[in-house]
Design a protein around this ligand. Structure first.
Ligand SMILES: [Zn+2]
Length: 274
């Protein structure tokens, strides 16, 4: 039966869905159009969607295929948002381009390809007429690249009360571990330093907040990182730093702040990381 189901997967359909998704801008905060597209696509397959607005114009989308017979429940999950466009694109990020056998576009890898595979799997499963027990569902969530508001809302719904959730996230596994059982979490450090303003010709009269912040920055690598058999060694990345004047002036900066991302491994809690 599995062979028959697998034979119904359609790579050209998956690619078409993926290319359509790339043409839709779904940068964090702008997920509505993609959710609407997926809703239309899933409803065209005869599946009924539930849409839950987490914030205005920021919906999670859910779909459920339920057997009349009780059984295990499995949810496939994907996030609708992508990160913003960064420097260095050689092609239009919203126009899918195939080069050297690879498809380029914003969010192809993370994670519109994963969602396209889920949609094709749901299509193949629905069309197969396969009789099964339990429930198969899909949850598409917002805000994964930021605060995870969509996933947090999803976890409060019935779609999270399942036997297993498969995240279709990209993962650089190998042949021995193609699929990890779990994923790293993250904590965002928001670090502010208060110094003391002074005329910058007499810096010794003030406390330079940027330079003090720099001392912290230079010592972040002394954080106590854990290692984990499945996830390797912990790490951090400084994401943003700001401080100093808005208008050029010779003033010792009194305030500086930075945001630092740190990965958390299974077993590590927020309290262990602060
Ligand atoms: Zn992702």
């Amino acid at each position: 039966m599995l062979e028959e189901l697998l034979s119904k997967l359609d790579l050209s359909y998956t690619q078409k869905i993926l290319e359509n998704m790339i043409r839709i801008n779904s940068i964090i905060g702008q997920e509505a159009e993609l959710a609407e597209y997926l809703r239309n696509e899933l409803e065209a397959l005869g599946l009924k969607c539930e849409v839950d607005e987490i914030e205005p114009r920021r919906p999670n989308i859910y779909v459920r295929i339920k057997s009349e017979n009780p059984g295990k429940r499995l949810n496939y999950n994907g996030h609708l948002d992508t990160i913003p466009v960064v420097d260095g694109w050689e092609t239009d990020p919203f126009n899918p381009v195939i080069k050297d056998g690879k498809l380029f576009g914003l969010g192809v890898c993370d994670m519109k390809a994963g969602i396209a595979c889920i949609i094709d799997m749901l299509r193949a499963f629905t069309n197969s007429g396969y009789s099964f027990n339990g429930e198969l569902s899909f949850s598409g969530v917002i805000d994964e690249e930021a605060y995870g508001k969509g996933a947090k809302a999803m976890l409060k719904t019935d779609f999270a009360q399942v036997d297993a959730i498969v995240l279709a996230e990209p993962y650089s596994g190998d042949e021995l571990k193609p699929i990890p059982l779990g994923i790293t979490g993250k904590i965002l450090y928001d670090i502010s330093v208060k110094g003391k303003a002074a005329h910058a010709f007499r810096p010794h009269l003030g406390i330079n907040a940027i330079e003090e912040l720099g001392k912290i920055l230079n010592n972040l690598n002394k954080l106590n990182f854990k290692t984990h058999p499945d996830f390797g060694e912990g790490n951090y990345s400084t994401l943003k730093i700001e401080g100093g004047y808005d208008i050029y002036s010779v003033v010792v900066p009194a305030i500086a702040r930075m945001e630092v991302n740190r990965l958390l491994f299974p077993g590590e809690t927020v309290h262990m990381a602060i």
